[in-house]
Design a protein around this ligand. Sequence first.
Ligand SMILES: *Cc1c(COP(=O)(O)O)cnc(C)c1O
Length: 349
Amino acid sequence: MKNSFDVNTLVRENVLKMKPYSSARDEFKDFDVAQMIFLDANENPFETGVNRYPDPQQVSVKAVLAKQRKILPNQILLGNGSDEVLDLLFRAFCEPNTDNVITLPPTYGMYGVLASINAVENKEVLLSNDFEPQVDAILEAVNENTKILFLCSPNNPTGNSFSDKNIVTLLQNFNGLVVIDEAYIDFSKKQSWVNELDEYPNLVITQTLSKAYGLAGIRLGICYASSQVIAVLNKIKPPYNVNELTQKRALTRLADKEKIEIEIDSIITQRDHLLKVLLEVKFVSEIYPTEANFILIKVDDANKRYNELIAKGIVIRNRTTQPLCENCLRLTIGTAEENKKLIEALITI
Ligand SMILES: *Cc1c(COP(=O)(O)O)cnc(C)c1O
């Protein structure tokens, strides 16, 4: 990394200058809260379990995550799903109608949507035919207004993880933020890039409780980065962006590491079984390697096969309109029973 990296040179000027909203609870966090009477926030004093505003800094959840990931709580920001975390990155670092980001299709659609919402140019540099980042083309696309490079690894919808070598080259040669979206990291044999945070000041990692942790309904997304990057995001995040029920539910689930691991193992076993069965399905021409809880396959006619499965009551994702994904379908791994029904359908259509 160029030692010149200074996150404040990337931050939008209005964000650098602004004074953040301060909640009453922020101001009194060092007091013995249990002994105090709170008549500051216009809450209803009668107990409902959630009549008080939630902890704006989610101290308990961050403490657990920091311990599990072996980092500091000030290297963590939580959001209302990773989608909010990604949006905060745009809003903190990308000047509308001026700055740009780089994304690598075929990939997660939200990066492009968020770029549009924030009036930020999305420079698309296709993945190679084996779904790896084209490092030279990416570095060529960078200009002085390029603030963020989004790498999704394991990538959605292709399922593969990017090579370490490519990621390291990008981290070392791009002087903006490199966001690695690790929504599917728990299904991969690869280590999380969280372990490399101290190596690369421009590294930002997003994770989520929506996939391996089985909590898509509570909306909890996680951002890991240097304490400097996290401080910028904290400055602009809505004060109470992670609600009390979500924080409570996340804590219970995070405490149940064993159960989560059993579920992940089961999904991986099911995935490996489905990979084998797919070899026998005659209209499947390609099965792409996967380190996620889904499989991308190429078929003879994606629209036809998609509709045939719908007719049998099975909904998968048709990715045929994505670049490099002509006639491709994405199958999420379900329970053993669901997968059995999928397999039955695949061999009878
Ligand atoms: C599913 C998914 C997410 C999860 O988003 P949440 O808002 O946390 O539910 C993030 N990134 C990718 C690539 C995904 O596929």
